[in-house]
Design a protein around this ligand. Structure first.
Ligand code: HEC
Length: 116
């Protein structure tokens, strides 16, 4: 068998394996369906996290342990947001000094509820 034949066979085999696995794996279809279902969700989370230089910083730091929706689900006042940042640090979040003000201001500006 020369190398051209071998290459042909490999490609054929690759194709069949590919087609087979797609057809025989309903979970793949589920994954695709799930991905499509997530599109509006992603669009939504982009809307609710207003654009700002701080947004990416918040997204990177705060999505490491839990989804960013945690932020949306919390009704915290300005003081509580600040305290929460220290709470997250005590749980292991790495927030550098220079990011702390940025992140706090972003959260307070966009997500703070009235002081109780
Ligand atoms: C090192 C991991 C870690 C990082 C990074 C992190 N958190 Fe958390 N966060 C936790 C844990 C652990 C909890 C509490 C357990 C739970 O409910 O999952 C929590 C809970 C929360 C809650 C709910 C608090 C409550 O009392 O209901 C909010 C809001 C929150 N985090 C916001 C943030 C924000 C904002 C950031 C970014 C500045 C952040 N987290 C980064 C680990 C982390």
């Amino acid at each position: 068998m020369n190398s051209a034949t071998l290459g042909y066979l490999r490609r054929r085999l690759g194709e069949t394996v590919h087609i087979r696995s797609a057809a025989h794996c309903p979970c793949l279809l589920w994954l695709i369906a799930l991905a499509i279902a997530c599109i509006p969700l992603l669009a939504r989370s982009q809307d609710v996290f207003p654009d700002s230089p701080a947004r990416d910083t918040v997204a990177v730091i705060c999505s490491q342990c839990h989804p960013l929706t945690r932020i949306l689900d919390s009704k915290l006042s300005a003081t509580q947001w600040e305290a929460l940042l220290y709470d997250m640090i005590s749980r292991g979040a790495t927030i550098y000094d220079r990011e702390l003000t940025l992140v706090r201001d972003y959260l307070v500006e966009n997500f703070a509820a009235d002081e109780r």
